[in-house]
Design a protein around this ligand. Structure first.
Ligand code: NAD
Length: 359
C-alpha cells in the first residue's frame, strides 16, 4: 500500500488529464472530484477511476470539453444536457445553475441527462450544503451492462443507481449526508477488493449461475460474470428502480438493453433543492433536528460496534484522518494510473514526482 498527500494526488491526477488534452480547469475539477472521494474513504470513486475516464476520453465515450447546456428552464424545473462531458463539470454546472434559481420560491428541481460518471454523489449534496440547502438526488447509471439483480431475480438488470439526501448542519451538529448505491455495495468497491486481493463480505454478489460468491474476480474484469444484490431486498430494489425512473426515465434514459451498448457510464440525475427557511423557522427546525439526532444516538451500542453513527460521520472522520495522514492507495491501483499516464506521455517517474513522496 502507498500513501499520498491529497495535494500531491490532486496535482498528479490533474496533470495526467491535462496531458490527455483536457483543458486545465476541467482537469483540475476532475482531479478534485476524484481525490475528494478518496479523502472521504470512498476509494471506489477516487483516483482509481482515472484510468477508466482516460480510456473513455481516448475512445470518444466521454467528451472532455463539454461544460453543460440548459435545455429548458420552466421556472421550478431546469433541464441540463451534459453532452457526455465529465460528471465533475456537468454536476457542478447543474448544481450552481439550480442554486442560483432557488430564490424566493425556496425550491428548485434540476434534471441532468447525458452526463458521464458523476462520481461520489455526496459531493453534489455537499455543494448544496455550502448554501444551507437540503437536497435529494436520484441517480441512474447506464451505458454499460447492468450490474444489479432485481430482488427475486438471478440476473443483473439495473445499474447501481445511487440515492443521496443531505440536511444542513445545526449549531450543535454537522450536516447529515446520506449517500449510497442501491446495490449492497458500490460496483467500484468490487474493483477495490480485486486490487487488494481481498474477498467481499458474504451476501453481496452472485455468479452467472445465481450462486452466492465473495470472489471479486466474478465481476472484474468481466462485469457480466455475475450480479450485485440489491440492498435491503425488495426495498432496495424498489429504491434502485425509483432512481432509474426519476433519474433515468424522466431525464433521458433508463437501464434497459438498448442502452448497454456504449460501454461507458451515463448518469442521469434528478435533484430537488430546498431552502429549509422557506418551510418555517430554521431555529425551530434545528431544535427538532438536534433532539432527533441526540435521541437516535442515545441507543445503547450494539455488541461489536462503536454505537450509533449518523450518515456523513464516517466520511468526515476519514476526511480528517486522510487529510492529516495521507490517502492509502493500493499499488495495483497506482500501477493502473501510471500505465494510463504513460499513454498520454507522463512516465512513471514524473507521475511519482508530481504526486510527491509517498508518506
Ligand atoms: P456505503 O455503503 O459506504 O454507504 C455510505 C453511506 O452510509 C454514507 O451516507 C455514510 O455516511 C453512511 N454510513 C456508513 N457507515 C455508517 C454507519 N455505521 N452508521 C450510519 N451511517 C453510515 O456507500 P456505497 O453504497 O458503497 O456508495 C459509495 C459511493 O458510491 C457513494 O458516494 C455513491 O454516491 C457512489 N456511487 C456513485 C455511482 C454513480 O454512478 N455515480 C453509482 C453507485 C455509487
Amino acid at each position: 500500500m502507498l500513501t499520498f498527500d491529497h495535494g500531491g494526488l490532486r496535482r498528479a491526477t490533474a496533470a495526467v488529464f491535462a496531458a490527455a488534452g483536457v483543458e486545465d480547469d476541467i482537469a483540475r475539477a476532475v482531479a478534485d472530484l476524484l481525490v475528494n472521494a478518496n479523502l472521504t474513504g470512498h476509494d471506489s470513486h477516487g483516483i482509481q477511476m482515472a484510468a477508466y475516464y482516460l480510456d473513455c476520453v481516448k475512445t470518444g465515450r466521454l467528451n472532455p470539453d463539454q461544460r453543460g447546456r440548459v435545455v429548458s428552464d420552466s421556472g421550478s424545473i431546469l433541464v441540463i444536457d451534459g453532452g457526455m462531458g465529465f460528471g465533475a463539470v456537468i454536476g457542478a454546472f447543474a448544481m450552481d445553475e439550480a442554486m442560483a434559481r432557488v430564490g424566493s420560491s425556496g425550491a428548485q428541481i434540476v434534471a441532468i441527462r447525458n452526463s458521464h460518471h458523476l462520481g461520489r454523489i455526496g459531493s453534489w449534496a455537499e455543494r448544496c450544503l455550502e448554501n444551507d440547502l437540503v437536497s435529494i438526488h436520484f441517480v441512474n447509471a447506464h451505458g454499460h451492462p447492468p450490474l444489479v439483480a432485481p430482488h427475486g431475480g438471478l440476473e443483473a438488470r439495473l445499474g447501481t443507481n445511487p440515492f443521496c439526501a443531505a440536511v444542513p448542519a445545526t449549531d450543535r451538529h454537522p450536516p447529515f449526508v446520506l449517500d449510497f448505491a442501491t446495490s449492497r455495495i458500490a460496483f467500484g468497491k468490487v474493483g477495490v477488493a480485486y486490487d487488494k486481493n481481498e474477498a467481499l463480505s458474504e451476501g453481496m454478489m452472485i455468479d452467472r449461475q445465481g450462486r452466492p460468491t465473495t470472489d471479486p474476480a466474478t465481476m472484474i474484469p468481466d462485469a457480466t460474470g455475475g450480479a450485485l444484490l440489491p440492498l435491503g431486498d425488495h426495498k432496495g430494489f424498489g429504491l434502485g428502480l425509483l432512481c432509474d425512473l426519476l433519474g433515468g426515465a424522466l431525464t433521458g434514459g433508463t437501464t434497459h438493453p438498448e442502452r448497454h451498448t456504449q460501454e461507458t457510464t451515463v448518469n442521469g440525475m434528478l435533484s430537488i433543492l430546498i431552502d429549509p427557511a422557506a418551510l418555517g423557522s430554521w431555529q425551530t427546525m434545528t431544535g427538532e433536528i438536534d433532539a432527533l439526532y441526540e435521541w437516535a444516538r442515545s441507543a445503547a451500542p450494539a455488541p461489536g460496534t462503536e454505537g450509533v453513527l449518523l450518515a456523513g460521520e464516517p466520511e468526515r472522520r476519514n476526511r480528517a484522518e486522510r487529510a492529516a495522514r495521507g490517502i492509502p492507495i493500493a499499488e495495483a491501483a497506482w500501477d493502473d494510473l501510471a500505465a494510463a499516464a504513460e499513454g498520454v506521455g507522463i512516465n512513471r517517474e514524473t507521475l511519482d514526482r508530481l504526486a510527491g513522496q509517498a508518506i
